[in-house]
Design a protein around this ligand. Structure first.
Ligand SMILES: [Fe+2]
Length: 303
């Protein structure tokens, strides 16, 4: 692997399709000053400041980090990386991690407006008790494999998921599946029902007042399948579509080729949203359970 000043790049221990990028203490130290120039309000209200911190991060790697992450994300054989500080300290607190995630996202593209949060990113808790209307915060349920952005008009090429904090957590591992590793990919992507338009709605908490239509499977320029799917939001129009979705859901969940991994606190997973599915294993019950996550979804730069 190419040597890049200040960062350690390896294959992830659980998958050769995922790159593991660790930022040396020295880079973290050098980011403190440029990151302190903007508070979160500035980043939320002035989009150009996000590019300023992204540039600070990239400059510290002689602009090699942006090249690396963009090539990994577009490469069908990989398409995913995990990145975070090699060492977590009081300096790498939640605000620092929001800024770091912002910087990484802005090396890749433009974030979508997150209607749930009313800004370009969303922070949310998973806790013991939950009264929400989606599986996102339900700790003791399996969050089934899915892609993001299935029910919005915005293009969702990639997503960033960062673990800001967690306490008293057992279980809750990240589950990832690459389409090309999925036993049923050929079978289901070539099923004509999977290429029909489905209607996609969303529950109230998502703050989306429209529905969209698109198929589950489509194909890229090279003829390789892409997927846009989440279990909770398609509204099957008939028996054929209902049965297809059930078959799809079963075939995804029973896959033996899922990668189950524990994301360390302070780390982010960044994945191509067309050929990677993601989910979460249930947590072990604990009244003190607490996890805070951040997500950013967006499109690639188009120049
Ligand atoms: Fe998701």
């Amino acid at each position: 692997m190419e040597k890049i000043e200040g960062i350690d790049v390896q294959n992830h221990k659980d998958s050769s399709r995922i790159l593991n990028i660790q930022l040396d203490d020295d880079i973290i130290k050098k980011l403190i000053f440029p990151f302190n120039k903007f508070d979160l309000t500035a980043l939320e209200l002035k989009p150009f400041t996000r590019f300023t911190i992204a540039k600070s991060l990239d400059d510290l790697t002689n602009n090699k980090l942006s090249k690396l992450v963009n090539s990994v994300l577009r490469d069908r054989s990989t398409g995913c990386f995990i990145i975070g500080p090699k060492n977590i300290s009081s300096k790498t607190n939640d605000k620092f991690l929001v800024k770091l995630s912002t910087a990484i996202a802005h090396l890749i593209g433009i974030p979508n407006y997150d209607s749930m949060a009313g800004k370009y990113y969303a922070r949310f808790h998973v806790k013991h008790e939950d009264a929400s209307d989606s599986y996102l915060r339900k700790a003791y349920r399996n969050m089934d494999l899915h892609t993001d952005g299935t029910y919005v008009k915005e293009v969702t090429d990639w997503l960033v998921m960062t673990k800001l904090e967690e306490q008293n957590v057992q279980g809750g591992e990240t589950a990832m599946l690459h389409l090309d590793d999925w036993e049923h990919c050929d079978d289901l992507s070539n099923d004509p029902v999977g290429q029909q338009d489905f209607i996609w709605g969303s529950p109230k908490s998502k703050n989306i007042d429209y529905k969209v239509e698109h198929p589950v499977f489509s194909f890229d320029k090279e003829g390789r399948p892409k997927i846009s799917y989440i279990d909770q939001f398609p509204e099957p129009k008939n028996m054929e579509q209902g049965n297809f979705l059930q078959k799809l859901s079963d075939a995804l969940e029973e896959s033996k080729n899922k990668i189950i991994t524990k994301l360390p606190v302070g780390h982010s997973v960044i994945a191509n949203n067309y050929f990677w599915l993601h989910g979460r294993k249930p947590f072990k019950e604990n009244k003190e359970l607490s996890r805070e996550l951040l997500r950013i979804r967006g499109s690639f730069f188009v120049n």
